[in-house]
Design a protein around this ligand. Sequence first.
Ligand code: HEM
Length: 184
Amino acid sequence: MASDIITHTRFFGSNPVKEGEHYLGQWTLRFIIATLSITPLRQLTGWNWLAKHRRTLGLFAFGYLMLHWLTYALLDVQLDWGELVKDLAKRPYIMVGMAALLCMIPLALTSTRNSIRRLGGRRWNRLHTLIYPIAILGVIHYWMAVKKDITDPLIYAIVVATLLGWRVVRWRSRHGTPSTPVSA
Ligand code: HEM
C-alpha cells in the first residue's frame, strides 16, 4: 500500500486499460461540456473574451477523444480490426461512441482560421452545431457503458440538457419556434 502511494501504481487500479479508458472518456465529455458552456457564459456575463477559448477547448475534447479511442483500439482490442467490427455489432455503446467520433472529425478538420474564411461564418457555424449531437451521443454512450451506478452519467446528462435547453429558450425568445440551427 505504502509503495502504491509512493509510486502511484494504484492510480490506474488493477485494470489499467479500463481505468485509462474511463479517465480519458470522462475528460472528453468534460471538455465537450466546457466548449458548450462558453456561449451561455458569454451571454450571462458579457465576457466576450471567452469566445477565443472555445476552439482550444473543442480541440482538447478532440484530443482526449482520440486518446480514448486509441486506448481502446491499441490496448483493448489490440488493432484486431475483426474484433473491432464485431464489437461494433455486439456492444451498441461502441457504435454510439463511433458515431460521436465521426461527427467530431469534420469539426477538428475545420477548426483553423483558414477554414472559417473558406467556408464563411454562416456555413462554419452551421457545421459546428454538430457539437450538439456529439454531446448527446457522448452522454448516451457513457450511460450505456456504465454497468451499475448511473449517477455520474445522469449528472452529465442534466448538465448537457441544461446547456442545450438554454440555447432553445434563447432561440425561442428571439425568433419564436426554433426551425433553424442556433450558433454553437
Ligand atoms: C464523444 C465521444 C465519446 C465520449 C464522450 C466517451 C466517453 C466515455 C466515458 C465517460 C466512459 C467511461 C464509462 C465509465 O466510467 O464506466 C467511456 C468508456 C468507454 N468508451 Fe467512450 N466515449 C466516446 C467515444 C468512444 C469511442 C469512439 C470508443 C471506441 C470505439 C469508445 C470506447 C469506450 C470503451 C471501450 C469504454 C469502456 C467501457 C467499459 O467499462 O467496458 N468511446 N467512454
